[in-house]
Ligand binder design. Structure first.
Ligand code: PGA
Length: 251
């Protein structure tokens, strides 16, 4: 069994004041949870605030996005080096909202993954199928091709330095969660695809599930053999729910 990881994705929510209140409410409980690495990905403008608030705690900071470029004339972009400078340890890459709303391609996601590694960050590669792709029986093929784009770019040794989050698009923010069995099937498939390149590295890579994880379904999901934790959107904005989810990961 791999070490457990739970990542909060705050998406585009928060202010200085509400962030401080949420961290105040979370920290006493999160600090007491053993055996689970917790990370929080606030909106970019609040990375410095979160780094300050979480300094000298066990909770890490992550970014929700990263530029695939190292530096230069790329208006509005934020590089991996800047994220590291702001105290980030993780960067999400290829979240389905980035893919579907902002047109990020598999190739771009692969470059972002590599850019995160180059900056010393742990990339969290998000993969997931739409409901149409699932209904057409194409889930494994879609996940496989999203994964292959990154494998072709960086190879298995570098891919294994990152984290993978399986997030079915139809489960994100909808309240409809994959069943533990559905999630486990895709996680097993991801591990098999990686094992074809290197079984030992495949066994050790952290695989998260994301998509409407709540305090009442987290334990069942995290109990699955190939699920090593979660990427949590909506429920991470509520201190009681998020703490309960983190506790479920250490059970
Ligand atoms: P959700 O979001 O938990 O609100 O479904 C998960 C995610 O988008 O990472």
């Amino acid at each position: 069994m791999n070490a457990k990881l739970v990542i909060a994705n705050w998406k585009m929510h928060g202010t200085h004041a509400t962030n401080a209140r949420l961290i105040d409410a979370l920290l006493p409980s999160l600090q007491g949870i053993d055996g689970v690495q917790v990370a929080i990905c606030p909106p970019m403008p609040y990375l410095a605030q979160l780094s300050d608030l979480l300094e000298h705690t066990s909770v890490a900071v992550g970014a929700q996005n990263i530029s695939e470029r190292a530096q230069g004339a790329f208006t509005g972009e934020v590089s991996g080096q800047m994220l590291a400078d702001l105290g980030c340890a993780y960067a999400l890459v290829g979240h389905s909202e980035r893919r579907s709303l902002y047109g990020e391609t598999d190739a771009q996601v692969a470059m972002k993954f590599e850019a995160a590694l180059n900056a010393g960050l742990t990339p969290v590669l998000c993969l997931g199928e739409t409901i149409h792709q699932r209904k057409a029986g194409n889930t494994n093929a879609v996940i496989g091709s999203q994964l292959k784009a990154v494998l072709d770019q960086v190879g298995i040794a570098k891919l294994a330095k990152g984290v993978i989050a399986y997030e079915p698009v139809w489960a994100i923010g909808t309240g409809e969660t994959a069943t533990p069995e559905q999630a486990q099937q895709v996680h097993r498939h991801i591990r098999q695809v990686l094992a074809a390149r290197d079984p030992a590295l495949a066994a050790g890579i952290t695989l998260l599930y994301g998509g409407s994880v709540k305090d009442d379904n987290a334990a069942q999901l995290f109990a699955q053999h190939d699920i090593d934790g979660g990427l949590i959107g909506g429920a991470s904005l509520d201190a009681t729910s998020f703490v309960a989810i983190c506790q479920a990961a250490c059970a």
